[in-house]
Design a protein around this ligand. Structure first.
Ligand SMILES: Nc1ncnc2c1ncn2[C@@H]1O[C@H](COP(=O)(O)OP(=O)(O)OP(=O)(O)O)[C@@H](O)[C@H]1O
Ligand SMILES: [Mg+2]
Length: 523
């Protein structure tokens, strides 16, 4: 038998093949560890421990325990390692021949891991390779141009991770537009106060963020400014799309008729002018239409002084459209119109390139059969064509199975955090090349703040401990039952408790008064 080389952690044993080998463990080694062994005695093979098995012949199932006195001598630990590749001239190749039984196995050094996995191709620092002190760095251009998705169950750290990426992008002067349904991103203005900043070697800081509200500052006081669409010269088609109830064909006809009358008389008309003109009509549906147009006007979303579209994409700044207090259907319409304007302006190079971030994407791009949203079409277009025009997309969702597959499949960087729902896991497997049952098991067990990163830039999926945010996290869940009262619940039934203090803004369930009025009629 070969003598054990210093630093060896085990010896390859049994049958091997070019993609896997087993080794008898001499030293402590855990699941997920990166190891190396010599291939044909020349190059190092990099492999990852996928499983560890412990057995003891003194405790075989078909044997009495009588012979167990010296059981320690019979114990065997075997690690199953999957070959990642052989690094030759800075590139990773799969070996053509299997590792040789009897060769010794070592912990892979960080240099080999970094070079073999391609962890340092970029400069965006998103975290450390799980269990190592190795930075995982992505290329900002690839991430933006080729789109990115973050998929995981609720509470696993999607918004936190997305903010980490946004911080890195802002530091690289990328322009960001965030569709924020829960008002979580305004906290990016402030520095973070909690996190292991020393281990991850980062300094807390705030960023240049402007929060817009499509409703009023009275409904959403957290916002810095209102967001307004141009309310002049709206076409009949645009109005028909935006009015809260689906317009009947009679109403659409009356809209076209009204607009053509107005354009014959004047160069500039407002929503009020349209309403005045409709009132003069003799149509039977005129009052219905008037009521809908008035609702549209009351929202305040249309104005003679619209938000300049170029203001929303500015290098190194994030514009957050905070949807708090707005009913879902209207959110879809706002996103549809806003992103269409952004995309058209970008096509004509009128605004800066940048990235659009869509939080809770299942609401804005639902998979067929999971709902409808007016925004689906334009988000699909950006996913398919945005790259040509310098418009990137990041989609975030807690329900992978309910998000439009066309969009997800366009995302080259995929960040997957904990997922346990079988339908969601199935949806992920479909979209991921090389998804094995081991990988699926790993996804089910990922702890919060840990992500599996799949990207063309990286040779194979890697597990990353996402770094702490530099800016404050805004997505803190509200405690429904105060901790100290949990014990008293046992056997006594649930007593209602006041919610604990939270920095997460209270979500407006019914929306603002006017918005509620507009949409309650549809129900
Ligand atoms: N990398 C991390 N480091 C430290 N804490 C983290 C990290 N990621 C997540 N957390 C913690 O987990 C909590 C939940 O994270 P987050 O709000 O991002 O979840 P989520 O997946 O977006 O949930 P939801 O689906 O409800 O929006 C955060 O409040 C934060 O405290
Ligand atoms: Mg979230």
């Amino acid at each position: 038998m070969k003598s054990i080389i210093k630093g060896a952690i085990g010896t390859i044993a049994g049958e091997t093949n070019p993609i896997s080998f087993k080794f008898l463990i001499d030293k402590d080694v855990g699941r997920g560890a990166y190891v190396k062994a010599k291939a044909e005695g020349r190059e190092w093979i990099l492999a990852q421990v996928e499983d560890i098995k412990r057995s003891n012949t003194a405790f075989n199932l078909n044997q009495q325990n009588g012979s167990a006195r010296d059981y320690e001598a019979h114990e065997m630990m075997v690690a199953e390692a999957r070959v990642i590749g052989v690094g030759i001239e800075g590139r990773l190749h799969m070996p053509t021949s299997p590792a040789r039984p009897g060769e010794q196995v070592f912990f892979a050094d960080e240099k080999l891991i970094k070079a073999s996995l391609g962890l340092s191709k970029g400069d965006m620092y998103i975290g450390l390779l799980k269990g190592y002190d190795l930075r995982v760095e992505l290329d900002a251009n690839t991430l933006v141009q080729k789109h990115c998705s973050i998929l995981a169950k609720t509470g696993s750290g999607k918004s936190y991770t997305s903010a980490v990426i946004l911080e890195e992008l802002l530091e690289r002067k990328v322009a960001l537009l965030v569709i924020d349904p829960h008002g979580e991103y305004s906290s990016m203005k402030e520095p973070n106060r909690v996190g292991d900043f020393n281990r991850y070697k980062i300094k807390p800081r705030g960023y240049d963020v402007t929060v817009y509200t499509p409703t009023t500052l009275a409904v959403n006081p957290r916002a810095d400014r209102p967001f307004r669409f141009n309310g002049t010269n709206l076409s009949a088609r645009e109005m028909a799309k935006m009015i809260p109830h689906e317009a009947s064909s009679g109403m659409v006809g009356l809209l076209y008729e009204t607009i053509s009358l107005l354009t014959a008389e004047t160069d500039v008309y407002t929503l009020e002018d349209v309403i005045e003109q409709v009132v003069k009509s003799t149509s039977k549906v005129k009052w219905n239409l008037v009521s809908q147009l008035e609702s549209l006007m009351e929202i305040g979303l249309f104005s003679g002084i619209p938000t300049p579209i170029g203001e929303l994409l500015r290098p190194g700044r994030a514009s957050v459209i905070d949807m708090t207090g707005i009913q879902p259907e209207l959110q879809g319409m706002i996103v549809a119109k806003l992103l269409t304007e952004i995309f058209e302006a970008r096509k004509r190079r009128l605004i800066s390139p940048g990235m659009v971030v869509v939080e809770e994407a299942h609401n804005y791009i639902p998979e067929r059969g999971s709902g409808n949203a007016a925004s689906t079409g334009i988000i699909r277009t950006i996913a398919a064509e945005g790259r040509k025009f310098g418009l990137g997309l990041m989609v975030i969702s807690q329900r992978p199975a309910r998000v439009d597959k066309n969009v997800i499949s366009q995302c080259n960087t995929q960040i997957i955090m904990r997922v346990t729902n079988p339908n969601d896991l199935k949806a992920l497997s479909k979209g991921l090349e090389g998804m094995t049952s081991d990988l699926e098991e790993e996804i089910k067990r990922l702890p919060p703040g840990t992500a599996m990163l799949v990207s063309n830039e990286i040779e194979r999926p890697v597990t990353v401990s996402i770094r702490p945010r530099k800016s404050r996290h805004g997505g803190i869940s509200t405690m429904i039952v105060a901790k100290e009262d949990r014990s008293s619940i046992k056997g006594k039934g649930l007593k209602p408790q006041p919610p604990a203090k939270s920095s997460k803004p209270k979500e407006k369930i019914g929306g603002g008064g006017l918005l509620k009025k507009v949409f309650s009629r549809r129900a």
